[in-house]
Design a binder for this molecule. Structure first.
Ligand code: GLA
Length: 664
C-alpha cells in the first residue's frame, strides 16, 4: 500500500469535465480554480468515448492540453480510468458486456455503468484503455492520484448474465470444494433442491423465493467480482506508476452497500468516499456524521481519508431536489473534515448545461460565480487553506463503536423475513443519531474490527454474525465495557443458517436472555413498555434467563414479558433491547447506557457538534453549529476560520463552523 497523501494541504477541488466545454472555457476554469484555491481535480471519469474514439483509435490531444494547463497553474490531477462509462461503439459491437438485471432484461446502451464485472470482453477493453492511459500519463508530474472507474457497482452491482453465472459457479467451487459441502451449507434439502452438478447451480434470477444462503453468496460473489475488476485496473496502473496512490470512490452511508467496503478498504491506497445529502432528510448533518464515522472506521489507522465527491447544492436524482440552505455547503464540507477527511472535493467543478445531470449544480453554478454557491465555494477554499496545518492529523479516539456490516445487511434484507419493511440501515442510524445528538463520537466499524479500545459497543440489528465476532463483542463486557445488542441480531451464522436454541443465538449467553418468537408490528402500530418507553416495528416473546429486567411490555400479546434487559458480566454489562424504541425513548435509554459506561459527552450537544483532531500533541477543536441559535463551547487558542484569539469560551454563531487550535 502506498501511503503518501496526494496533496500537501487539505485537498480542495472536484470532478472536472473539460470535454463538455470548448477550450476557451478551460482557460477560464483554471483561472477561477486558482482564485478559489482549488489544488486537485479529478479528470477523465467518464471520458472513454472522448479518448478512444473508435476501437483502438486513441485521441489524447485534449487531455494532454488539459493536464498541462492544470500543471502550469499548480493544480494537481486525480486521473481516472474512464471505464465506468463504456462508449456507444463498444456497446454496438459487444452488447453482451451490458449487465443483465434479475428479471433477465439486459440494460440498454445510452447511460453509464453499462458493464458487467465478469465480462471477459469488457475486461479486455477496459484494461487496454487503462494501460494506454497509464503509459501516457503515469510520469506526468501533475498526476498525484489515480482513480479507478467510478462508484464501482453503483449501477451494475448485480449482473445476472450467463457469464456471471459461470463465474459464480467457479467462485462457489473455490469456496466450498465439493457439492456435498455446498448442499449442506445451503440446506438444499429444503424443497428438494439438491445439487448434483456444478452446472445446475442457479443464480437468484427472477422474482422467486430463492434460498437465502444462495442469495447471500451471490451478493458476496458480486462484491468480489467488482473488487477483482478494481484490482485488475489497479495492477495495470501500478506497473507504470509504482509509487502514486491509487483509489476508487466508495459510497459509504447509513445504508447497506452494494459492495463490502470494509473488505475493499485494504486494497486502496487512499480510502475515498462520495457522500450526498438527501434533500428530504431533516437531519442531513447526522447523515454526514454517520457516513464519515463509518469511512473513518474502515480506514487503516482511522484516517485520514478523502471526501472524493459531495454536492455544492441541489442534487439531481431525487424526486424533489432542493438547493442547500445558505452556509450548508461550508458546514457540510467541514463536517467531513472534522471527522477525518483530509480533503473536500465536489461533483463537479462547472455545472453541465447538457446531459443527464444538467440540474446538478457545480462549484461554478448555472448562475455563475456571483452567486451564493460562488461565494461559499470561495470562502470554503480560503478556510481550507487556513486549515492546512490539520492535514495528517487524526480524529480523537472514540470510546463508542457501533457495528455495521454489509453481509449482515444483505442477509437481513433478502428473502422471506418476519418483517420485510425495515431497511438494514434504519436501526444503526437511529442509535448513531442518539449518540450524535449528545455529541458522543462513534466509530462505525465492521464486526471484524478490533474492539479492545472501546468502552461501549452497540450492536444494532446485526442479523448475521460469525462466532469470532460474537466472541469479540462478549470480550468487551468481560473486560468491563458495556455492550448493547438489539433485536434481529445474532440470528444467523456465517452460512445464513438460523442459530438454534432461541434468539438472539450468537449473543444469548452474553445477554442472559432467550427469545422464542417475533411479534413485528404493522407499519402504523406502536407499543408501550412499563417504563413509559414506546416502540414500533418489532417486539419479541422472551425470557430473562440470567439477566435483570429493565423494562417489560405493558400491553398487547406480550404484556408483562421482558422487553429490555441488563446482565452484569464480569465488571461490565450487556443489555438486550428486544423492540425498536421510538427516537425519544431511545435517546433516554442511550443516556442511561452512557452513564453505565462512564461516558460523558465531550461538549456541544443539541445541534452543536464538537470533534477534535490531533497530531503530534496539537489538538484542533472543530465546532459545527447546525442550529439557528448561537452556541458556546469551552476552548482556548487560535480560531483558524476568523483568526481570533479565544480565551476559555468559543462562540459559534448559528449555522457556522469554528476551528480552534488549542493552546497547551
Ligand atoms: C456520483 C457520481 C458522479 C455524479 C454524482 C452526482 O457520486 O460519481 O458522477 O453522478 O453522483 O449525482
Amino acid at each position: 500500500m502506498t501511503t503518501h497523501w496526494p496533496t500537501s494541504a487539505l485537498g480542495f477541488g472536484g470532478d472536472y469535465n473539460p470535454e463538455q466545454w470548448p477550450p476557451e472555457v478551460w482557460e477560464e476554469d483554471v483561472r477561477l480554480m486558482t482564485e478559489v484555491g482549488v489544488n486537485i481535480v479529478t479528470i477523465g471519469v467518464f471520458s472513454w468515448g472522448a479518448l478512444e474514439v473508435a476501437d483502438g483509435v486513441f485521441e489524447w490531444t485534449w487531455l494532454d492540453r488539459v493536464i498541462d494547463l492544470l500543471h502550469r497553474n499548480g493544480i494537481s490531477v486525480d486521473l481516472a480510468t474512464p471505464t465506468a462509462s463504456p462508449p456507444l461503439w463498444l456497446h454496438a459491437a459487444h452488447p453482451e458486456i451490458l449487465p443483465v438485471q434479475a428479471d433477465m432484461t439486459r440494460r440498454r446502451p445510452g447511460a453509464r455503468d453499462g458493464w458487467c464485472a465478469n465480462s471477459a470482453t469488457f475486461r479486455r477493453y477496459a484494461l487496454r484503455i487503462t494501460k494506454a492511459l497509464a503509459e501516457r500519463y503515469a510520469a506526468h508530474p501533475a498526476v498525484v492520484l489515480w482513480h479507478v472507474s467510478n462508484e464501482i457497482g453503483g449501477g451494475n452491482g448485480r449482473c445476472h448474465c450467463d457469464e456471471s453465472l459461470a463465474a459464480f459457479r467457479v467462485w462457489l467451487r473455490e469456496r466450498y470444494g465439493s457439492l456435498d459441502n455446498l448442499n449442506r451449507a445451503w440446506g438444499t434439502a429444503f424443497w428438494g433442491l439438491y445439487l448434483t452438478d456444478w452446472d445446475h447451480v442457479p443464480a437468484p434470477r427472477g422474482g422467486e423465493a430463492h434460498n437465502p444462503a444462495l442469495m447471500l453468496d451471490y451478493d458476496r460473489f458480486c462484491s468480489d467480482s467488482l473488487l477483482d475488476h478494481y484490482r485488475a485496473e489497479r495492477d495495470v496502473i501500478r506497473e507504470f506508476a509504482p509509487t502514486t496512490p491509487i483509489t476508487t470512490n466508495f459510497m459509504v452511508g447509513p445504508h447497506q452497500d452494494i459492495v463490502d467496503y470494509p473488505r475493499w478498504a485494504e486494497h486502496v491506497d487512499v480510502v475515498a468516499n462520495d457522500h450526498y445529502t438527501i434533500p428530504s432528510d431533516p437531519l442531513s448533518a447526522q447523515d454526514i456524521a454517520f457516513s464519515a464515522d463509518r469511512v473513518r472506521g474502515m480506514t487503516p489507522g482511522r484516517g485520514p481519508w478523502l471526501l472524493m465527491e459531495h454536492s455544492v447544492s441541489s442534487h439531481a436524482w431525487h424526486t424533489v431536489n432542493r438547493a442547500k440552505a445558505p452556509r450548508e455547503l461550508v458546514r457540510d464540507s467541514l463536517g467531513h473534515i472534522a471527522r477525518g477527511a483530509d480533503g473536500a472535493l465536489f461533483f463537479q467543478w462547472r455545472a453541465s448545461l447538457r446531459g443527464a445531470e444538467q440540474f446538478l449544480q457545480g462549484m461554478v453554478s448555472h448562475a455563475g460565480t456571483d452567486s451564493k454557491i460562488g461565494r461559499e465555494v470561495r470562502e470554503l477554499g480560503a478556510v481550507l487553506g487556513r486549515l492546512a496545518e490539520v492535514r495528517g492529523s487524526t480524529v480523537e479516539p472514540a470510546r463508542v463503536a457501533l457495528l455495521f456490516d454489509d453481509e449482515a445487511g444483505w442477509a437481513f434484507s433478502r428473502g422471506l423475513k418476519p418483517h420485510k419493511g425495515i431497511d438494514y440501515g434504519d436501526e444503526p442510524r437511529t442509535w448513531h443519531r442518539a449518540l450524535w445528538t449528545r455529541n458522543v463520537l462513534v466509530d462505525v466499524v465492521a464486526p471484524s474490527a478490533d474492539l479492545t479500545t472501546y468502552d461501549l459497543v452497540i450492536v444494532p440489528t446485526l442479523f448475521l454474525v460469525d462466532d469470532e465476532s460474537a466472541a469479540r463483542v462478549a470480550d468487551v463486557a468481560q473486560r468491563g465495557g458495556v455492550v448493547v445488542v438489539t433485536w434481529m441480531s445474532g440470528i444467523v451464522d456465517h452460512e445464513n443458517a438460523v442459530r438454534p436454541g432461541g434468539y438472539p443465538g450468537a449473543f444469548r449467553d452474553l445477554l442472559g436472555v432467550r427469545s422464542e418468537e417475533f411479534y413485528p408490528l404493522q407499519p402504523d402500530e406502536h407499543g408501550r413498555l412499563d417504563s413509559g418507553a414506546t416502540f414500533h416495528s418489532w417486539s419479541e416473546l422472551m425470557d430473562a434467563t440470567d439477566a435483570e429486567v429493565v423494562a417489560r411490555y405493558a400491553e398487547g400479546p406480550l404484556a408483562g414479558g421482558p422487553a429490555v434487559t441488563r446482565r452484569a458480566v464480569g465488571s461490565g454489562a450487556a443489555y438486550y433491547v428486544s423492540c425498536a424504541l421510538e427516537p425519544a425513548s431511545l435517546d433516554e435509554f442511550v443516556g442511561q447506557v452512557l452513564d453505565d459506561a462512564g461516558i460523558e459527552p465531550s461538549g456541544g450537544g443539541a445541534g452543536l457538534d464538537v470533534v477534535r483532531r490531533e497530531k503530534n500533541g496539537t489538538t484542533w477543536i472543530f465546532a459545527l453549529n447546525h442550529g439557528e441559535q448561537e452556541r458556546r463551547v469551552a476552548a482556548t487558542g487560535v480560531e483558524l476560520v476568523t483568526g481570533e484569539t479565544i480565551d476559555h469560551e468559543l462562540v459559534v454563531p448559528a449555522r457556522e463552523v469554528r476551528v480552534v487550535r488549542e493552546s497547551r
